[in-house]
Write a protein that binds this ligand. Structure first.
Ligand code: 1CP
Length: 343
């Protein structure tokens, strides 16, 4: 049996001090990250350079001693591996070629053909599993099919995922085909990360909140359940964290319906509510408002303690409700970690 705290929490143990890591813990708020990204040239070159991607994954571990490291990569590398164009516009975010037609879908690669392009990512995982401190858990990840599909259909990030919702109603077969292909490709991609040394898998469904009613069941719950079942069949006992961001009431029962060991909670719901309605089914992760990493001070200390207290009756991994932002102050992260660990 392992003594890694994250794995213990994922097995359902309530620990006296919750383990902690942060979404986007390697990122632009850290000067050492900005320096390594400059050395790589740009963000995508950094993702595809195993030595430098491993280096930026390790930077927040060295600085803060987080209990988990998350592989440095991006959810949009999978569409690129399926044959789509991907680039980043400075100051604006990701841009992709789009897929909205049966012919466009047919032109994509098969799920099993993504590995050549993704080989550097697997190499990053192998380097990390050698170099991480023995107490640190290595998390691999992918985007959930709906969230990745929203970028593939719109060709960019969108506020309301309008283009994906439109395709879902005008050409349901093509839309469902994209979700199916992504589901299969995600199983292949995550399984290869586990083979390379990832100990936990996290599935990011950042835009799950815009799926309502039966759509939430069909395109957030069902693909996650399929991915989790397939990964477990190949890797018995693999711990999996699901993040159906802004699911609201949809968080209730999500672990039971999908087979996830842990549900990550955003900060639009209160920790007390999540403890009552979600932690009853097992481990939860979350959910400090990332703004506290910008504003700091006594409010940060109080809010951190409130999250720890709310979840103290069951298994909990401390995290933010969403990624840390580039304007965050690294000192505030240190204060959060110190507050959690000194109790
Ligand atoms: O250096 C830079 O300027 C690039 C900023 C950046 C970073 C640091 C992007 C572009 N991606 C990443 C890394 C990243 N992305 C990780 C690495 C591990 C970590 O430290 O957490 C992870 C897990 C992701 C996941 C990701 N990418 C998500 C899901 C999580 C979330 O934030 O909701 C999404 C939606 C993306 C797409 C993406 N990539 C990058 C940006 C700016 C975005 C969001 C675009 C949008 O707002 O629509």
């Amino acid at each position: 049996m392992t003594d890694k705290t994250i794995l213990r929490a994922l097995r359902g143990e309530a620990l006296p001090t919750p383990p902690v890591w942060m979404m986007r813990q390697a990122g632009r708020y850290l000067p050492e990250y900005r320096a390594t990204r400059a050395q790589a040239g740009d963000f995508l070159s950094l993702c595809y350079n195993p030595d430098l991607a491993a280096e930026v994954t390790l930077q927040p571990i060295r600085r803060y001693g987080f209990d988990a490291a998350i592989l440095f990569a991006d959810i949009l590398l999978l569409p690129q591996a399926l044959g789509m164009d991907l680039w980043f516009e400075t100051g604006e975010g990701p841009r992709l070629s789009t897929v909205t037609t049966p012919a466009g879908l047919a032109a994509l690669k098969a799920a099993g053909d993504v590995h050549d392009r993704l080989a550097p990512i697997y190499e990053t995982v192998r380097i990390l599993s050698r170099e991480l401190p023995r107490e640190t858990t290595l998390i691999g990840f992918a985007g959930a099919p709906w969230t990745v599909a929203t970028y593939m259909i719109a060709g960019r990030g969108t506020r309301d995922q309008g283009p994906a919702h439109a395709l879902k109603s005008t050409d349901r077969a093509t839309f469902a085909g994209i979700i199916d292909l992504l589901t299969e490709a995600t199983i292949e991609y995550l399984s290869a990360q586990v083979d390379a040394g990832a100990e936990v898998i996290k599935l990011f469904d950042s835009w799950a909140g815009s799926l309502k009613g039966q759509d939430f069941e069909d395109f957030a719950v069902a693909p996650a359940a399929r991915i989790i079942a397939a990964l477990r069949a190949r890797h018995p006992g693999l711990p999996i964290i699901a993040f159906p961001r802004e699911a609201g009431e949809g968080y209730i029962g999500f672990a039971r319906k999908t087979g996830a060991d842990c549900v990550a909670i955003d900060n639009s719901v209160s920790a007390d509510w999540a403890a009552r309605h979600v932690q009853v089914d097992g481990c939860v992760q979350g959910n400090l408002d990332p703004r506290h990493m910008v504003t700091g001070g006594e409010a940060l200390v109080k809010a951190t303690r409130d999250v720890v207290r709310a979840f103290s009756g069951g298994p909990h991994i401390f995290n933010l409700g969403h990624g840390i932002t580039p304007d965050a102050d690294p000192e505030n992260v240190a204060l959060m970690v110190e507050t959690i660990r000194r109790g």
